[in-house]
Design a protein around this ligand. Structure first.
Ligand code: SDX
Length: 431
């Protein structure tokens, strides 16, 4: 990184020259590492709106231009020409694989999809209606109790085995959580199926009859996984980095990322979008709900709208909207098509409303993904689980990047203290 400097002069005249680092593209960053030592102050940025937590070679987002690149490749091109297992390789290793590298990686993932049989007992301990995100984070966290052979995080081979295992096993765990919820038997993975076909098989096959995989459904899932695969330092990825920065077991760090993604302001938004559309119910109710979303005193927000970074269209939303049309055309007029029509109309109304225009509130990745999942027969409670399956490779790529950095250190932010000033203890008899 090349360097210039920002000059900072404190109210008492103390001057600091704060180095500026330039990346490949995007905003420069000001290195404030010596600020406290020289000026005795911290920076203050709740929610890290304008704070760079690290340098990374993995993903670039330009919020103003609506750009998303994985290792320099525009997501639109990867969505058009690639597939999820190839994108996994790209995110993990930094380059598109040769034919031979791709075949080896695909074979490794396909042959790591089974769970240790003992792990299946965990599912018997959950209530039948346990939210699948709760099951997912619990069972992924439990993987740290199984894989003691690869927990030397400083051993590149151990890191690689962890990466293949977690990417391969997450769909199996996700499908097992779903089968618990629907009271059906767990379906073992099949190595002859690709990543998305295998997930559909484990979700919807039953022992009582053959299950035929719809190629459009597999294509739609593969595209959704590509589009959800990584997104720079979002809340859940930053959580994985934070947890892993202490040297914690990588499975525990991924479990922390799953928990962070569950929130409705983050990955839980896709589930919240469908609940919102069902609450709106009919296009005639759209104006009422748009007004609610604009009312500062009303906590209601248009779920699936807005983004911390994208102040233009989320490029993923555009691609997902096209795929939603394709899936619904393929599956024909269905009882949930009106939900998609409602989503289209809501988008049109909101995008013409000055409140949304002034605040750059556009549909984000979560606005249409739920419509596709619903059309594929995936229940709302599983939507964020699907997001987790796509994002797991991004979390793992960031984990690997951070753990491989010899200069890495534990993440430990500071604060602005606003509590009581120093005071003496008072015995209870005197209070
Ligand atoms: C994801 O970070 C990532 O990259 C995340 C993600 C990823 O791939 O990892 O892209 C995935 O999490 C997408 C976002 C999914 N969340 C939602 O769809 C939930 C609804 N959206 C909002 O909660 C909100 O837009 C956020 C949380 C996404 C972003 O919030 P910010 O950047 O903190 O913006 P803000 O809350 O400061 O809002 C700015 C203004 C406020 O109004 P004013 O105070 O200026 O009057 O816009 C308003 C907000 O009230 N606003 C909305 C709104 N989102 C923001 N008003 C109505 N509906 C909304 N959805």
């Amino acid at each position: 990184m090349s360097q210039d400097a920002f000059r900072l002069i404190s109210p008492n005249g103390t001057e600091s020259a704060l180095p500026v680092h330039k990346g490949t593209t995007g905003p420069d960053v000001i290195d404030i590492g010596k600020l406290y030592r020289e000026q005795g102050v911290f920076t203050y940025d709740p929610g890290f709106v304008a704070t760079g937590s690290c340098s990374s070679d993995i993903t670039f987002i330009d919020g103003e231009e609506g750009v998303l690149m994985y290792r320099g490749y525009p997501v639109e091109q990867l969505a058009e020409h690639s597939n999820f297992i190839e994108v996994c390789y790209l995110l993990l290793y930094g380059e598109l694989p040769t034919k031979d590298e791709l075949e080896k990686f695909d074979h490794s993932v396909r042959t790591h999809t089974m769970l240790n049989e003992g792990m299946l007992n965990f599912f018997k301990g959950f209530r039948y209606d346990a939210h699948p995100m709760a099951q997912l984070s619990a069972v992924v966290g439990s993987m740290s109790a199984y894989y003691h052979d690869t927990t030397d995080i400083h051993d590149p081979q151990h890191r690689d085995i962890f990466a293949h295992r977690i990417v391969a096993k997450l769909p199996t765990i996700a499908a097992a959580a779903y089968k618990l919820n629907v009271g059906q038997p767990f379906i073992y993975p099949r190595n002859d199926l690709n990543y998305s076909e295998n997930l559909l098989h484990m979700l919807f096959a039953v022992p009582a009859e053959p299950y035929e995989i719809d190629p459009i459904a597999a294509e739609a899932l593969d595209l959704l996984f590509i589009l959800h695969a990584d997104h720079e330092q979002n809340c859940s990825t930053s959580t994985v980095r934070m947890a892993a920065s202490s040297g914690a077991n990588p499975y525990s760090a991924i479990a922390a990322g799953i928990s962070a993604l569950w929130g409705p302001a983050h990955g839980g938004a896709n589930e919240a979008v469908l609940k919102m559309l069902e609450e709106i119910g009919d296009v005639s109710q759209i104006p009422k709900y748009v007004e609610k979303a604009k009312d500062r005193d009303d906590p209601f927000r248009l779920m699936g709208f807005g983004h911390r970074v994208y102040k233009n269209f989320d490029p993923r939303a555009k691609i997902i909207r096209k795929m939603a049309h394709k899936v619904l055309e393929r599956l024909g007029q269905r009882d949930d098509t009106p939900l998609f029509d409602l989503a289209l109309e809501l988008e049109q109304v909101a995008l013409k409303d000055p409140f949304f225009i002034e605040r750059n509130l556009y549909p984000n990745v979560d606005f249409y993904s739920g419509v596709i999942y619903r059309a594929l027969g995936i229940p709302t409670s599983m939507f964020t689980v699907m997001f987790s399956i796509g994002r797991c490779v991004g979390w793992t790529a960031h984990w690997t990047e951070m753990i491989s950095d010899p200069s890495g250190k534990i993440s430990r932010p500071r604060q602005l203290y606003t509590g009581p000033a120093n005071r003496d203890y008072v015995a209870v008899k005197d209070r």
